[in-house]
Design a protein around this ligand. Structure first.
Ligand code: ZN
Length: 170
């Protein structure tokens, strides 16, 4: 028999034809409830006016294809809000996905801007022909810190925003 002729299989996925660099984002199956069965609080607040995760009943996720809610024991029923339907949850899922995509893209852009700024700063330092005066040194450190803070704050603020949902069920 003639042996089959197979194409080589690349060890690394980025060497495969048609590979497009995927932007990282969370691997939840359901973005409405982050796979917890309870609608994430900032999403719940888009539907329930004045929603407060500490005082309001937890909206049960009804996203079609999301079965996370089956993990919630029946004795919690009195704490649950059953008013959301599949359509609402699918829309919330869509918005949350979009929000993560936007954030991830923005983050990549900010990271590359940060890299540019840091290299520019480093270049400036190595090109300097004389030592900084103490006040120049303080100013340089302040600018450097500003660049870092700008990045860290945005990043932290976003993470806090998205971790609220996880706190509800804990
Ligand atoms: Zn869900």
């Amino acid at each position: 028999m003639d042996l089959p002729q197979l194409p080589p299989m690349p060890m690394r996925p980025e060497h495969e034809p048609g590979y497009s660099k995927e932007i990282w984002q969370p691997q939840w199956r359901c973005f409405c409830c982050h796979d917890t069965g309870i609608v994430v609080s900032h999403l719940a607040a888009m539907v329930i006016k004045g929603y407060n995760a500490n005082r309001s009943k937890f909206p049960l996720c009804q996203n079609p294809n999301c079965h996370a809610e089956v993990g919630i024991p029946e004795e919690y029923n009195h704490c649950l809000d059953f008013r959301f339907n599949g359509e609402i949850c699918a829309e919330l899922d869509k918005r949350e996905r979009q929000s993560w995509q936007d954030w991830t893209k923005g983050r990549q852009q900010r990271l590359s801007e940060l890299n540019t700024k840091v290299s520019a700063l480093a270049e400036g330092m190595s090109l300097r022909k004389r030592q900084r005066t103490p006040s120049e040194e303080i100013e340089a450190q302040r600018r450097h810190q500003e660049v870092l803070d700008e990045y860290t704050h945005e990043s932290v603020a976003h993470r806090e925003n998205f971790s609220v949902g996880a706190e509800i069920i804990n």
